[in-house]
Design a protein around this ligand. Structure first.
Ligand SMILES: Cc1cc2nc3c(=O)[nH]c(=O)nc-3n(C[C@H](O)[C@H](O)[C@H](O)COP(=O)(O)OP(=O)(O)OC[C@H]3O[C@@H](n4cnc5c(N)ncnc54)[C@H](O)[C@@H]3O)c2cc1C
Length: 528
């Protein structure tokens, strides 16, 4: 369908990875005649982080994009999340405190190889009718709200202009439009950094070797541990261990730059391995593991947001619209919400609806969603990420409320559930306040423990094997039990900080957070 203004395209999409290709597919599904151009910088996708889906992103990939068969054939079915805690009394993997599912998960999720997945989503977008230029790099966008957008595109030695009624920015962490227009802002309250790689030779969690070495430990879980996202944790940091189809394993660390000093000296891969092996679970699993050369990466100041998400003629999706934290894998959930709403916006304009109120709503929703989501779940989290009892409670509450309030929505209401970003509806507001409150309280309690030298006391010899959540009302029970236990915790220990003013991040040096905005770095060309 032409806009009738003589533009080259109706929609040009910057970036052909998951967010961009998904947007093209959904646009063309609704309006097959739309002239959609995808501009992708790379000649082929390489592996990258963003490998664990959770329930929303699994629903988006599987049911909305129709990829379930591909996910089952080319990737792994994920078995929930498991966490491993240690202290100086946890000498072995079996001695670590653990929580996770007793059985396998019941709502689908996947561990995906992004090089393969994104290539498949892009292939399908082209089959659906999108035109693809690759490699083609957008160097500048000229915005004209309500008019024609102009993009300067470099392909090889040639640069040419492309015109379109709409630009969808799916350029990921490059966040082309937001940086160009100065909408991009670092999230100073949450200065995390990450170092990661893909590995060969990581031990089999469910194999005979560990079962023979730790028979009681092996029997304690009735499901599969190895295809979960396993998290090793410590004070101010956590690491993920995500298996990929074919045997390679993605392992990386995320840390709060105010709490953890990343070790210096030696290759980045060796430092990552040494860091992981200081944890008994990491030591057991990673002892014979080797990082894949050329595939060791780091990035600092991970969290950022945008002050503007859309206008009449442009809209940001996926990482180009902001990033919070990798814990609980919200990245592809954010892709699911931003893409669904962006497609909605473009199609509404194409149908001739008034765009201004829709743009206003889009901006309000996503600014609010980011701010509330980051505050309710992530700000201050690294204060207590290494505390078994606090993380157990937070996990039960975070995950349970996610199941009831967020993940259940698209399963029950279809794609309409993805048109309401997290914490933007009225009924969600009390839950935002509840989550923000317990998250802050756990951070304060951990801070007080740190001050008294009492961190990590429950990090050995404890195991909480959880039955798992579903969308049934009975899933409310573990949430209520966790709230009750939080109340008890306040009476036993929390009172120490009731009347002491302060924030969840009090006592952390703010200078680190206010360092230069994140320089994104996808290659092994420098060290943190
Ligand atoms: C440490 C870490 C761990 C993470 N773990 C998870 C996880 O387990 N689960 C999860 O869901 N999310 C995770 N994420 C987030 C996840 O990686 C992203 O949310 C997701 O990849 C975003 O997809 P995207 O399509 O928006 O961007 P990208 O995947 O970054 O794709 C952007 C595309 O745009 C192209 N591009 C860029 N600039 C231009 C240009 N100028 N012209 C043309 N093309 C361009 C790039 O080549 C690229 O293909 C993690 C993030 C980090 C930092």
């Amino acid at each position: 369908m032409s806009t009738g203004r003589g533009e080259d395209y109706d929609v040009v999409i910057i970036g052909g990875a998951l967010a961009g290709a998904a947007a093209a597919t959904l646009l063309l599904r609704e309006q097959p005649g739309l002239r959609v151009l995808i501009l992708e910088k790379s000649t082929a996708f390489t592996r990258r982080v963003g490998e664990a889906t959770v329930e929303i992103s699994a629903d988006f990939l599987g049911r909305v994009l129709g990829l379930t068969q591909h996910l089952n054939e080319a990737h792994l079915v994920k078995q929930g999340m498991r966490f491993w805690f240690s202290n100086d009394r946890a000498a072995t993997l079996a001695g670590c405190s653990e929580f996770g599912g007793l059985y396998n998960a019941r709502v689908p999720a996947y561990q995906v190889d992004r090089a393969i997945l994104d290539e498949e989503v892009l292939r399908r977008a082209v089959v659906a009718g999108a035109e693809l230029w690759r490699p083609a790099s957008v160097t500048r966008v000229g915005l004209l709200p309500g008019g024609t957008q102009t993009l300067a595109v470099r392909s090889g030695t040639e640069t040419r202009d492309v015109r379109a009624r709409w630009v969808i920015d799916a350029s990921g962490v490059a966040a082309l439009l937001a940086r160009q227009e100065h909408w991009w802002q670092s999230n100073h309250e949450h200065p995390t950094a990450s170092v990661w790689s893909r590995w060969r030779g990581v031990k089999d969690w469910d194999g005979l070797e560990l079962a023979q070495k730790f028979p009681e430990w092996a029997k304690a879980c009735h499901g599969v541990r190895g295809t979960a996202t396993n998290h090793f944790t410590g004070d101010g940091w956590w690491a993920w261990c995500i298996p990929l189809k074919g045997g390679d394993v993605s392992v990386g660390v995320v840390f709060d730059q105010r709490l953890v000093q990343w070790p210096e000296g030696g290759s980045l891969g060796q430092r990552l391995k040494d860091f992981l092996c200081a944890h008994p679970a990491g030591k057991e699993l990673m002892a014979d593991a080797q990082w894949i050369e050329g595939d060791v990466h780091w990035r600092k100041n991970l969290a950022y947001s945008c002050t503007t998400h859309a206008g009449d003629g442009f809209v940001l999706v996926g990482d180009a619209a902001g990033f919070m934290d990798p814990l609980y894998s919200p990245g592809m959930d954010w892709v699911s919400f931003t893409v669904t709403c962006a497609v909605n916006l473009v199609l509404a304009q194409q149908r001739g609806e008034a765009v201004a109120p829709l743009v206003d709503r889009h901006n309000t929703d996503f600014r609010r969603s980011y701010a509330r989501w980051a505050e309710a779940i992530y700000h201050g989290k690294y204060q207590y990420i290494g505390e078994y009892d606090l993380m157990c409670l937070a996990f039960l509450l975070d995950l349970g409320l996610y199941y009831i309030g967020v993940a259940s929505q698209p399963f029950k209401r279809g794609v309409a559930g993805l048109r309401e970003p997290v914490f933007t509806t009225k009924p969600s507001v009390p839950f935002y306040h509840l989550m923000r409150t317990y998250n802050r309280r756990f951070a304060r309690i951990a801070q007080a423990r740190r001050g008294r030298g009492k961190l990590a006391r429950m990090n050995h010899g404890r195991r909480f094997m959880f039955g798992g959540y579903t969308f049934a009302p009975s899933s409310g029970r573990p949430i209520l039990r966790a709230l009750w236990r939080w109340g008890l915790l306040e009476l036993q220990e929390g009172w120490r900080t009731w009347f002491r003013p302060g924030t969840a991040n009090e006592s952390l040096p703010v200078e680190v957070a206010k360092t230069k905005p994140a320089v994104y770095e996808m290659k092994t060309v420098g060290h943190p």
